[in-house]
Write a protein that binds this ligand. Structure first.
Ligand code: UDP
Length: 473
């Protein structure tokens, strides 16, 4: 009950896209806001909620906040739908036809409670709310879970089309330099543009969808990014010319650690975590292990798997490799004896790792990653150089920034052969180790400062909390 004359406690509804990277970072935001005394309703699809509660400790962890609650909304798909990135267009279409009307009805009918202050919506979901819809009274904050550099590239896509720089005209056009993205001059080649730009027809439905969602970032009450000034300052300034009320509050997992008085590992896994790799790491020499993970949605064929495997064994380095149960699409394969032997000597394979703990382990000297934004930030915070093998979406831009702007590693984009894997792993782990370790340590220091009292992300988070409090009065 709300007492008359007393200010209401703020109540925020948070709604992520149903993918691991989105849920993970938006749950970190939910935990941070809960710690600040804000009531949170976290909305998930039943499928994601089921996976999350089965494979992580979220229920017990969030039970310490009496005003936090999970809530579910249908994604309109059948229970046995695979819900993988290959079906992205289908998932989005189903959200549009089934979820959107329910979500709107719930918002205007007070389903989430009469005290709802505002909504933090995954900005990839802008289509769930029509900008001109006067019936929705709550301010909508957009949280874009990807990098600022990829958001800025997406924002420029219409200009690239107008300019004739897009579409990409086939494989032979991939190294052409893109010339007119402010703050990225002479940096991006066609192959470094967001993965969705790799189409020969600019009317491609997924490209158009992503571009439209990004353009509509202007319509949010404010835009939240999991980034920090010392990492993406010039890019964030450019985004601010279009979305002035921008909150850069990352790396969120590091900010959360600052705010928690004791070290509790927050795990928001949709897969069963295999902790045994930590004991294996304990027995490896410092800096000797390359950690290999392609995130939660990447898929590859048997050939790709074999090239990585041969490359890792050939590199001569110790490796810890996450092979998700659904990483490889292809039938049974026979594993050559030399790979079995090489793995027994120097490797360890798990289905899902406690990644933040792994990256901060002293045995890990580098990260072979698909350049997902959470993974990139986690590597930055842990001060570990990267070998980037981007798969889709923002990852193509992130990997270019890792190699050519932040100088935190090498970009293996579009190569998938054992020689390249072995060479690039050794570049990061041995040949150029000092150079990369120096820049990785410097960036880790800046990341740490940004989430400490007086740091830019720390201050921006306080500003966000204050704004939410003001809205509730
Ligand atoms: N992750 C994990 N264990 C693994 C692989 C990944 O905990 O074995 C986590 C990782 O820490 C990150 C998230 O899954 O927070 C993946 O998000 P990211 O944005 O890097 O990539 P996506 O999965 O969205 O492609």
């Amino acid at each position: 009950m709300v007492m008359e004359g007393k200010p209401q406690a703020p109540h925020v509804l948070i709604f992520p896209l149903p993918f691991q990277g989105h849920i993970n970072s938006m749950l970190k935001l939910a935990e941070l806001l809960s710690l600040a005394g804000i009531t949170i309703t976290f909305l998930n699809t039943p499928h994601s909620h089921h996976q999350l509660t089965h494979h992580s400790d979220v229920l017990s962890r969030f039970s310490r906040f009496p005003t936090f609650r999970f809530c579910t909304i249908t994604d309109g798909l059948s229970p046995d739908h695979p819900r993988t990135i290959e079906f992205f267009a289908q998932i989005i279409a189903s959200f549009d036809t089934v979820t959107k009307p329910i979500f709107k009805h719930w918002l205007i009918s007070g389903h989430f409670g009469p005290d709802l202050t505002c909504v933090v919506l995954d900005a990839f979901f802008k289509n769930l709310i029509d900008a001109e819809d006067a019936e929705i009274k709550q301010p909508i904050f957009g949280f874009r879970t990807v990098s600022g550099c990829s958001v800025w590239a997406y924002l420029r896509v219409p200009h690239l089309i107008e300019d004739g720089q897009l579409p990409i005209r086939g494989e032979e056009d991939m190294d052409r330099m893109i010339t007119n993205i402010p703050a990225m001059e002479n940096l991006l080649r066609c192959r470094d543009l967001p993965g969705f730009c790799r189409v020969t027809d600019t009317n491609d439905s997924v490209l158009q969808f992503v571009v439209k969602q990004t353009q509509q970032s202007y319509q949010f009450h404010a835009l939240i990014l999991n980034s920090f000034e010392d990492l993406e300052g010039p890019i964030l300034s450019n985004i601010r010319t279009l979305c002035p009320n921008l909150y850069a509050i990352g790396p969120l997992h590091a900010l959360l650690k600052t705010k928690l008085s004791h070290e509790t590992e927050s795990m928001n896994n949709l897969w069963q975590v295999d902790q045994s790799c930590l004991a294996w790491l304990d027995n490896q020499p410092p800096g000797s292990v390359i950690y290999v993970s392609f995130g939660s949605i990447t898929v590859m064929g048997n050939r790709g798997l074999m090239e990585f495997w041969h490359g890792l064994v050939k590199s001569g380095r110790n490796f810890l490799w996450v092979i998700r149960p659904d990483l490889v699409k292809g039938g049974e394969i026979e594993i050559p004896a030399e790979l079995e032997e090489g793995t027994k000597q120097r490797g360890y394979i798990v289905g899902w790792a406690p990644q933040e703990k792994v990256l901060s382990h002293e045995a890990v000297g580098g990260f072979l990653t698909h350049s997902g934004w959470n993974s990139t930030l986690e590597s930055i915070v842990a001060g570990k150089p990267m070998v980037c093998w981007p798969y889709t979406a923002d990852q193509q831009v992130n990997s270019r920034f890792v190699s050519n702007v932040w100088k935190l590693g090498v970009d293996m984009k579009d190569l998938c052969d054992r020689e390249s894997v072995a060479t690039m792993v050794n570049d990061v782990m041995v040949n150029r180790k000092e150079e990369f370790m120096r820049s990785a340590s410097e960036m880790a220091e800046l990341a740490g400062r940004s989430v400490s009292p007086g740091g830019s992300s720390y201050a921006d988070f306080d500003r966000l909390v204050n704004e939410i409090r003001l809205l509730s009065q």
